[in-house]
Design a protein around this ligand. Structure first.
Ligand SMILES: *Cc1c(COP(=O)(O)O)cnc(C)c1O
Length: 437
């Protein structure tokens, strides 16, 4: 079984004269030989930039670091590299220095919603835990590109312990999402320690790892790693494929190892102008993913982080893609398209409209083919009035009574909350009324 191509063998020799055959599949060799400078990139691919171009690239790198694994580099089509999706995702563009009015350094307020360093606690029952600040490949479209790769923000062991302590002291947290950087940049031993610590916390029901290793360095998924991970079930892994060209034999092998270890796999793509803003391309990608037992989970609208403006598409492009997926292909090949709201609003799903109209007894809907149809509502639905008294409810959930606290629109539609409207606090009318009270 050939594990690498002729192109990869040739590239290995150019990058590291002393490399041997087994080095290519050794993930640590790739980390040691990661391309970090413009000149080593040129040398490896046999490309020569003009002095002006090189200067521009180097200027960009002073703000946002460069890092490309030899493996990911080997996927670049040198003949047409300027349009190559792998090149565009990994090599800096001078456009990264363009700052638009809407750009922000921390659009998702990950630092503001952070009770202790490294933890973002935005949703009621789950936290994002930044356990590494490094990646094997620095995605040009990274939402955290101002921080990731910065040697000064690498979490220390005591910072990780602080994060674990926060989770331990916060019983609402039932889902812990390890992110970074790339959590698989940690050694197997460190990761094993971390997962053991988190698993020991009784209220934590699931742990997820977000990693791009199956895409950019699939050899990181070793038997040793997978044997360690499977001790910590239920463990989920989400990865980040953006283009069908990234689904190679090597990445398939990595995905197979993970899936065979019983780890449910998801994929989070980012919609990127000039890389994957095409309904047919996303469909092909998703078909390749489900063949490797990876469920397309999210399709993200590109964030408002600084340096990403050239990657952003209009939201309409995402809706167009969703329109061409739902109904046209397997339901499990259809991700949820989300906009991660600036200001820490969290992920908001966006979809084409399928409900056309509504009457007291009927809903009018349209399907993916354009058929307009109706669904008649039941005549005798007995509304289950909910006072949150689950112990006595007919539905036999048999759990303690639910908390009476509700938030958002859920609060408006609930039976047990008297709230009639959600009103912004800072309108002039509200200010006038506050004096009366
Ligand atoms: C995305 C995200 C999560 C996880 O969201 P899911 O919709 O459950 O996948 C959790 N916390 C933060 C801060 C996030 O950005």
């Amino acid at each position: 079984m050939t594990v690498y191509t002729e192109r990869q063998e040739e590239l290995a020799g150019v990058i590291d004269f002393e490399s041997s055959k087994s080095d290519w599949t050794d993930w640590k060799w790739h980390i040691r030989n990661t391309i970090k400078t413009v000149s080593s990139f040129e040398k490896a691919l046999g490309i020569t930039f003009s002095d002006r171009e090189r200067k521009k690239h180097e200027l960009t790198l002073r703000k946002f670091p460069l890092g490309i694994t030899p493996y990911y580099l080997s996927l670049i089509d040198v003949e047409d590299y300027k349009n190559d999706p792998v090149f565009l995702q990994s090599f800096p563009s001078p456009k990264e220095l363009v700052i638009e009015r809407c750009d922000m350094t921390d659009p998702l307020h990950e630092d503001e919603d952070s009770p202790v360093p490294g933890i973002t606690h935005r949703y009621p029952d789950r936290v994002l835990f930044h356990v590494s600040n490094l990646c094997s490949m620095y995605c040009r479209h990274c939402t955290r590109k101002r921080k990731v790769g910065d040697q000064d923000s690498i979490p220390s062991k005591s910072q990780l312990e602080q994060g674990i302590e926060y989770i331990r002291n916060t019983p609402q947290v039932r889902d812990v999402l390890l992110s970074g950087g790339d959590p698989l940049m940690l050694s197997d031993e460190k990761l094993d320690w971390l997962l053991t610590q988190i698993r020991e916390i009784e209220h934590v029901e699931v742990v997820r790892i977000g990693t791009r290793m199956p895409v950019v360095l699939p050899y990181r998924i070793t038997d040793k790693l997978v044997n360690m991970l499977k001790k910590h079930h239920p463990l989920w892994v989400n990865t980040h494929f953006n283009h069908p060209r990234e689904v190679t034999d090597s990445s398939r092998r990595a995905l197979t190892k993970l899936a065979d270890a019983g780890i449910p796999l998801g994929n989070q793509s980012v919609l990127l102008a000039g890389v994957n803003d095409c309904p047919r391309l996303i469909k092909t990608l998703n078909h390749k993913l489900v063949k490797s037992r990876v469920r397309p989970y999210y399709l993200y609208q590109c964030d408002l982080s600084e340096g990403l403006s050239h990657f952003r598409t209009p939201v309409g492009k995402g809706i167009e893609i969703m329109e061409s997926l739902r109904g046209h292909t397997s339901g499990f090949a259809v991700p949820t398209y989300v906009i991660d709201a600036p200001g820490g609003g969290g992920k908001i799903p966006v979809m084409p409209n399928y409900i056309i109209s509504w009457a007291s007894n009927k809903v009018v809907l349209r399907n993916y083919e354009g058929v307009i149809t109706t669904y008649t509502e039941p005549e005798s639905y007995e509304c289950n009035y909910c006072d949150r008294n689950c112990t006595d409810c007919n539905l036999q959930l048999k759990e303690d009574d639910a908390e009476e606290k509700a938030i958002g629109v859920q609060k408006l539609i609930s039976d047990w909350d008297e709230t009639l409207s959600l009103t912004p606090e800072d309108t002039e009318r509200m200010e006038r009324n506050s004096h009366v009270a």
